[in-house]
Write a protein that binds this ligand. Structure first.
Ligand code: GRF
Length: 197
């Protein structure tokens, strides 16, 4: 039997992780732990009208809902509109891919949500993780995919991957390596996450 997994991706900007996830997983079957899953990315939601990811979705022919947070009077109202949209989509999993919003506890508890973070959590939580790990001088650096709970970047880790930085490596190269690692592990982490369904 094939289990269909419906996914919504939330993003705020460039959308490169979103594009990689769609190209790797959308409308394909995968065997995980003796079960077969069919991945259906039913739609994406963006909270910024000028996000480049919207253009990517036009080319990929995936529906995109634009829900600017600035049109709502507070976090609760925005999260409640977001929740309504996701309920209509009847998704099994919410994937955050560069979604630059803190989510209210109510929202976190309403869905199964995962996120990618560009550091080896619990190190360097927050919005400047790439710069923070670059400046840290840590030899081993990497990326993490985790379940989303009420604590920012604090949920259980699903998958992490690291690399050893090269001496004298500049920020641009460092960032490129981080992003390439993200593209590699996010689809893998999604398949690992859905194996509990
Ligand atoms: C990624 O580095 C991700 O780890 C972080 O935001 C960035 C999003 O990049 N949460 P993109 O929009 O996927 O290109």
């Amino acid at each position: 039997m094939v289990k269909e997994i419906k996914i919504a991706i939330l993003f705020s900007g460039n959308g490169s992780n979103m594009e990689h996830i769609i190209k790797t997983l959308h409308q394909k079957d995968f065997n995980v732990n003796d079960a077969t899953y069919h991945i259906n990315i039913v739609g994406c939601i963006c909270n910024k009208e000028d996000a480049y990811g919207i253009t990517r979705l036009e080319k990929l022919k995936i529906p995109c809902i634009i829900l600017p947070h600035k049109n709502f009077k507070n976090r609760e109202d925005f999260d409640s509109a977001l929740k309504q949209q996701l309920e209509t989509m009847q998704i099994n999993l919410v994937v955050l891919a560069g979604f630059m919003r803190i989510l209210s506890p109510d929202f976190c508890n309403a869905f199964k949500i995962i996120n990618i973070h560009p550091s080896l959590l619990p190190k360097y939580k927050g919005a400047h993780a790439i710069l923070d790990s670059f400046n840290s001088g840590d030899l081993e650096v990497g990326v993490s995919v985790h379940w989303v709970n009420e604590e920012l970047d604090g949920g259980e880790i699903i998958l992490q991957k690291s690399f050893f930085r090269e001496e004298g490596e500049n920020l641009e190269n460092f960032e490129k390596k981080i992003h390439n690692l993200e593209y590699e592990i996010y689809p893998q982490a999604i398949l690992k996450a859905i194996s509990i369904f």
